[in-house]
Structures are given as structure tokens and as C-alpha cells.
Design a protein around this ligand. Structure first.
Ligand code: FAD
Length: 310
């Protein structure tokens, strides 16, 4: 069995693995796709101390850094079930989709999250070519340009306020007849001169010239008419979904399905830790996931040295 089994090989899982391996404890990483969301990212310009890098490059560097240590990387392995130890200090079990089972004294959950997509024509084709999901990451690419934000919840309205300070114009598109964001955010949004809010509007298509986005169509749900908005960027803010469906009845999750953790990455089960985008940690970013993964790794080590020898 492993002393530490990490489920998920994104920035959080890679950081946890490096921290525990450097303590000399037997570490395994099971990941559906080593690299995680970083693999789907083009330019990264907020990975502190590196002015510019690209997702696939950073993902390869994550893997090679982990491989500097004796870590058992099990890539393309999807975890299906978590069976916590029957008694404190016992072995936790993670059953993989292929039926294999892995056992460990501690487990670090770092399965990340995925952005909910609109599911309209053009969205996939122009992903990273105008269609973006992270305003903190990609906002500056649209400096002086016209963008839309899809979604009038807190994240959509925050994104629109943030982007309005950078871009020439923001169109916020909300499906419902009202936005769900906090009133204080809505007031702030309506006070900005370069923002248009469209309510009862359903985005129906992303348009482009083959290379880049150049517009979007939406249907006004009150008149059923379709309109075209010319723009250069579209930020989709209709939800970030944690990859925790498989943990639902096992571990404490927030109402949004995020794993509840304390400051040290402890979950509701002793010996099981969590880090990164799959948790309640605020602000989902690479450097934050790495910091949280490191913390979870150190917490797992801290837990192990306190276990009474079997
Ligand atoms: P993830 O990167 O999501 O990794 C999760 C890991 O868990 C993956 O290996 C996945 O395969 C695995 N996994 C999931 N479920 C299972 C399972 N059941 N069993 C086994 N393995 C599983 N952040 C920035 O700081 N700067 C940027 O410029 C930036 N740009 C972004 C652009 C895009 C398009 C996207 C999608 C995100 C971007 N982000 C950016 C956010 C950043 O990528 C995430 O915050 C970060 O990757 C989170 O790391 P993580 O390790 O928590 O999760």
C-alpha cells in the first residue's frame, strides 16, 4: 500500500506529490489525465515568476518535476469509489474504473473542476480563440476589445465588472429575466458606462472567421427574435463544476459539490485530505492549486508521523 495516494494529477496533485515524495514517503498518483486543466490552456501569464508559458509545456514540466522523485504515476486511471478506512489509522481504498483497487494510509483528493459549457455551435471550435472561461487568466488578452460575458450570477457579474476596466465594451447576457448576482454587484455593474446588460437572452451560436471569434447570436426570449452582437471575446461564466460526483455520499461536500476542507486541507474524514479546484478554496488558479496541494501534502505527512505504529 501507499503511504499517500493522490487522486488527480493537475497542479494541486503534482505539488502534493512533490512535497510528500521529498519527505521520503511512498507516494502514488492516480490521474485520469495527468496535467489536468492546464492541458487545455493556451497562454499562461500569471504563473508567478514565469512571464509567459503554455499549458501543454507547463503540464510536461509538472510531470517531469514529479518524476524527479520516486512517485508511482498511474496515468489514465479514473477513480470511481472511495472506501474510507474502517478505523482511524487503517487503510483507505480507492477503486478505479477498471476494477483495480489501490490502498493507502492517507489520500489526497485533487480531482479539479470543469467549466460548464454553453453547448452551442462554435463554442468548441473557438475555444481559446475568443471563447474563454477565466477572466483572471485571459482578460488582458482582450484589452481594448469588445467582449460578452455569458451568465448573470456572481461570477458572471464579477467578470463583467473586472473586464469593463480593461476592454472597450462588455455585453452581459443572462438567460433569465433577472440576474442572480448579489444586489451590490448588480448596482456596480449598472453604474459602468461601457456595459450593456441583456436579460431573457439565450446565446445560440458563436461566430468566427475560421481563426477567431467575431460575434455571437442570441435569441431574445420575450420576442423570439434573433440578434447578432459583433465582438472579439466571449467569457462563459455559467458555473465551475467540481469533479466530485464519485465522492457524494462519502465525504463532506458543500451545496455546490465542493469538498469541504479546513485551512490545512483536512476533509471530514481523518487521513483524507483535499486540495485545489475540487475544494471550497476561493479563486481557482494554478498557483493557488499548487499552494493548496503543497499544504495537503504536508498535512498528510503530519498525520502519518502521528500514527501509532501498526
Ligand atoms: P485540475 O487541473 O482540474 O486537475 C484535476 C486532475 O484530476 C486531472 O489530472 C484530472 O484528470 C484528474 N481527475 C478528475 N477526476 C478524476 C477521477 N475521478 N479519478 C482520477 N483522476 C481524476 N489558471 C491560472 O492560474 N492561469 C491561467 O492562465 C489559467 N488559464 C486557464 C484556462 C483554461 C481554458 C482553464 C480550463 C483553466 C485555466 N486556469 C488558469 C485554471 C487552472 O487551470 C486551474 O485552477 C488548475 O488547473 C486547478 O488545478 P487542480 O490540480 O486543482 O485541478
Amino acid at each position: 500500500p501507499f503511504e499517500v495516494l493522490i487522486v488527480g494529477g493537475g497542479p494541486a496533485g503534482a505539488a502534493a506529490a512533490i512535497y510528500t515524495a521529498r519527505k521520503g514517503i511512498r507516494t502514488g498518483v492516480a490521474a485520469e489525465r495527468f496535467g489536468g486543466q492546464v492541458l487545455d490552456t493556451m497562454g499562461i501569464e500569471n504563473f508567478i515568476s514565469v512571464s509567459h508559458t503554455e499549458g501543454p509545456k507547463l503540464a510536461a514540466q509538472l510531470e517531469s518535476h514529479v518524476r524527479d522523485y520516486e512517485v508511482d504515476i498511474m496515468n489514465l486511471q479514473r477513480a470511481d469509489t472511495l472506501i474510507p478506512a474502517a478505523r482511524e489509522g487503517g487503510l483507505h481504498e480507492v477503486v478505479l474504473e477498471n476494477g483495480a483497487s489501490l490502498k493507502a494510509k492517507t489520500v489526497i483528493l485533487s480531482t479539479g473542476a470543469r467549466w460548464r459549457q454553453m453547448g452551442v455551435p462554435g463554442e468548441d471550435q473557438y475555444r481559446n480563440k475568443g471563447v474563454a472561461y477565466c477572466p483572471h487568466c485571459d482578460g488582458p488578452l482582450f484589452k481594448g476589445k469588445r467582449v460578452a460575458v455569458i451568465g448573470g450570477g456572481n461570477s458572471g457579474v464579477e467578470a463583467a465588472i473586472d473586464l469593463a476596466g480593461l476592454v472597450s465594451h462588455v455585453t452581459l447576457i443572462e438567460f433569465d429575466s433577472q440576474m442572480r448576482a448579489d444586489a451590490v454587484l448588480q448596482r456596480k455593474l449598472y453604474s459602468l458606462p461601457n456595459v450593456t446588460v441583456l436579460l431573457s437572452a439565450l446565446t445560440t451560436e458563436v461566430h468566427g472567421d475560421g481563426e477567431k471569434v467575431n460575434g455571437l447570436s442570441y435569441r431574445d426570449r420575450t420576442t423570439d427574435e434573433t440578434h447578432l452582437v459583433e465582438l472579439e471575446g466571449i467569457f462563459v461564466q455559467i458555473g465551475l463544476v467540481p469533479n466530485t460526483e464519485w465522492l457524494k455520499d462519502v465525504i463532506g461536500l458543500s451545496p455546490r459539490g465542493e469538498i469541504e476542507v479546513d485551512q490545512r486541507g483536512h476533509t471530514s474524514i481523518p487521513g483524507i485530505f483535499a486540495a485545489g479546484d475540487c475544494t471550497i478554496v476561493p479563486f481557482k488558479q494554478i498557483v493557488i492549486a499548487m499552494g493548496e496541494g503543497s499544504k495537503a501534502g504536508l498535512s498528510a505527512f503530519d498525520y502519518l508521523i502521528r500514527l501509532t505504529p501498526a
